[in-house]
Ligand binder design. Structure first.
Ligand code: AP5
Length: 214
């Protein structure tokens, strides 16, 4: 089973992907994480992506598609994969269709996580991420046991540069303009399942598991 998580910034795509990886061993393909990894390693791809990401804008489609194609070439997706944060534009969705056809992969479900905008802002501005292992926390809904320290590896927690109030506003606008319309692209293919993204991460995960087992 290959899954595409769809939804606005802060809807919980990364959180739910991590839970699916833990329980089902699927390969998590997050374009945001891949760009951040490249920025950390100071690669030319990372340098190109950084300016767009810091401003809350999208990295150009050609750059993003090449990066995803490379992942499909190299990654072990035998237990299925989860696409998180990709595609975000119509050219990316069309490019993904071509890639899937080339590799004889199929998308089983497109899961749309529904969360109201006012909640998204609080989730994003309160998010804290571990510098070492990438574990994700939230100052209210999932606080670390020790302030600023990762529960998993004792690494230092930081706030993503695009999680400031100003940039979050731009990200939500860019999503509405460029990505929200893509929902109908997948509805026409009969693949979209809406999932209520409110409640605890565990409750949302329960809804997703019920859907996948149905
Ligand atoms: P990316 O990293 O993909 O960010 P995003 O799509 O904006 O999504 P987020 O990671 O912010 O949110 P999420 O839905 O994963 O939420 P999470 O689970 O972490 O992309 C960043 C940037 O990279 C883009 O702006 C763009 O510049 C570039 N980029 C990436 N992909 C691209 C592409 N395809 N094309 C072009 N550019 C691209 O949860 C958020 C917080 O809420 C956490 O603190 C979490 O603990 C908390 N939380 C989660 N679930 C719950 C819950 N149920 N209850 C309470 N709190 C919760």
């Amino acid at each position: 089973m290959n899954i595409l998580f769809f939804g606005p910034p802060g809807a919980g795509k990364g959180t739910q992907s991590s839970l699916l990886v833990e329980k089902r061993g699927m390969k998590h393909i997050s374009t945001g994480d891949l760009f951040r990894e490249n920025i950390k390693n100071e690669t030319p791809l990372g340098m190109e992506a950084k300016g767009y990401m810091d401003a809350g804008k999208y990295v150009p489609d050609s750059v993003t598609l090449n990066m995803v194609e490379d992942v499909f070439e190299k990654a072990d997706v035998s237990k299925g994969f989860i696409l998180d944060g990709f595609p975000r534009t119509t050219p990316q969705a069309e490019g993904l269709d071509e890639l899937l056809e080339k590799k004889s992969f199929e998308l089983g479900r497109v899961i749309f996580l529904e969360v109201p905008k006012d909640i998204l802002v609080g989730r994003l501005t309160g998010r804290r991420v571990c510098k070492s292992c990438g574990a994700v926390f939230h100052i209210e809904s999932k606080p670390p046991q020790k302030d600023g320290v990762c529960d998993e590896c004792e690494g230092e927690l930081y706030q993503r540069s695009d999680d400031s109030v100003d940039v979050v506003g731009t990200r939500l606008d860019v999503y509405e303009e460029n990505t929200a319309p893509l929902k109908s692209y997948y509805e026409k293919k009969g693949l979209v399942e809406n999932v209520d993204g409110l409640g605890s991460a565990g409750e949302v995960y329960g809804r997703i598991e019920a859907l996948l087992n149905s």
